[in-house]
Write a protein that binds this ligand. Structure first.
Ligand SMILES: [Ca+2]
Ligand SMILES: [Ca+2]
Ligand SMILES: [Ca+2]
Ligand SMILES: [Ca+2]
Length: 410
């Protein structure tokens, strides 16, 4: 005459590995601002693996090295940045750099000055004859792979020789010496990376603004960073996987359902989630599927008593599928359930329909933490000290066992 109830909490961690940025055009500038606090914005066309360092400079390339008198800064992030993300760097205008200069800032990741001593002493993006390069390197002044460049003039004072950059592809070259530039075409990556580079490097796909004073924040299109496109779709991954952490995956028998809950630490990295139940023969079959990863529970309505095995699977943005461990809920017999009143409740609850031999109750929160217990009596259960929320109550004796749900309101 009893129901058995199994309740598990599992902790899962997933290992992941890193790929590398490798090639020209793996990132592209999508904004540049020489007014106000100065800034650049760049698009990751491929995933940027965690802890990759990308160097930037507004010194000009002479064919074998950079000239001097301007600044170097470097960006990195401790977790993988998915393809399609736009990173916006600002506050590059710190004047002549010293050990007390503030570092530039970024919406994603961290930026620091690569050096604050000569020959890198004049920070900021000039509003004429300026070029900014992005590259990988063994150090700030030893580039190994140029990634992208943007110039507001064709007479920016450098040469393209030895960089591998190509105007109209990986090098975005304006000739108007404007101050604020924002890419202004579709935010989709094309079928090939080369086609996307051509689209972004086509200066007719940009809007720019010029004038004395600050055009970056005058409310007239384009402003920077207000009008920078913040993400692209359909870009190109290189095998970088995402450190998705499943915090918990639990199940409990609740009235005529099994109530399954889960939580991810970083659901924004998930492409889709699937909850499955074992079909009793050979496989798991889908109960719930979503491309939206923020729902974190499912109520499985039960037709019959039996042994229920549940498994959660999820896909990262590269399409790699991960599986949780399996949780088990065994239901030996369906009982007619007693009811709780009032429900929702504020100060006290009573349970009707309990057989006389029920004496013990236990109250749990929805994460399985027992928060109260006692002996049930006709005077009801006092809710003093129990906060607003959803709760699970078990009432049982050595012969009977019920699990019910109730809500505490204010
Ligand atoms: Ca400036
Ligand atoms: Ca320069
Ligand atoms: Ca201006
Ligand atoms: Ca403006």
């Amino acid at each position: 005459m009893k129901k058995l109830l199994y309740f598990f909490i599992l902790w899962i961690s997933v290992n992941y590995s890193y790929a590398q940025l490798t090639a020209l055009g793996d990132i592209m500038f999508v904004g540049m601002n020489a007014d106000g606090v100065d800034g650049v914005a760049f698009l990751a066309l491929v995933d940027i693996p965690a802890n990759t360092t990308i160097y930037f400079t507004d010194n000009e390339w002479t064919g074998t090295s950079f000239n001097t008198n301007e600044s170097y800064f470097q960006w990195s992030h401790t977790v993988c940045v998915p393809a399609g993300t736009v990173v916006i760097v600002q506050n590059i205008n710190q004047g002549t750099l010293s050990s007390t200069s503030l570092n530039p800032t970024a919406n994603i990741g961290t930026v620091v000055w690569s050096t604050t001593s000569s020959p890198n002493n004049n920070s900021g993006i000039a509003n004429s004859d300026e070029c900014v390069y992005a590259y990988l390197g063994s150090s700030y002044n030893t580039p190994t792979t140029f990634l992208s460049a943007i110039a507001n003039s064709s007479t920016y004072g450098g040469v393209i020789t030895g960089t591998g950059l190509t105007v109209g592809s990986t090098f975005i070259e304006f000739t108007n010496n404007h101050d604020v530039f924002v890419y202004n075409s579709t935010n989709t990556c094309e079928a090939t990376q080369a086609a996307t580079l051509s689209k972004i490097a086509n200066t007719t796909n940009w809007i720019s603004q010029d004038g004395s004073g600050d055009q970056s924040n005058d409310g007239i299109y384009p402003d920077f960073p207000t009008h920078v496109i913040t993400s692209f779709t359909g870009c190109y991954t290189v095998g970088c996987t995402f450190p998705i952490q499943l915090s918990y995956f639990t199940g409990i028998k609740l009235e005529n359902t099994n109530f399954i809950q889960w939580q991810f630490e970083n659901p924004e990295l998930i492409k889709n989630v699937q909850l499955s139940v074992f079909d009793g023969k050979s496989d798991f079959i889908e109960l719930y599927y979503s491309n939206f990863s923020f729902q974190n529970h499912y109520r499985h309505t039960l037709d019959t008593a039996g042994r229920y095995l549940y498994r959660l699977s999820w896909q990262d943005r590269n399409g790699t599928v991960y599986y949780s461990n399996v949780i088990e809920i065994i239901v030996l017999r369906e009982n007619s359930s007693p009811t709780i009143f009032p429900n929702p409740a504020r100060e006290k609850i009573w349970i009707s329909g309990l057989s006389n031999n029920i004496t013990i109750y236990q109250i749990y929160d929805t994460q399985g933490q027992r928060i109260s217990e006692g002996t049930y009596s006709p005077s009801g259960i006092d809710l003093n000290g129990i906060g607003i929320g959803l709760y699970i109550i078990r009432c049982f004796s050595n012969k009977d066992n019920h699990t019910l749900l109730f809500t505490v309101t204010d």
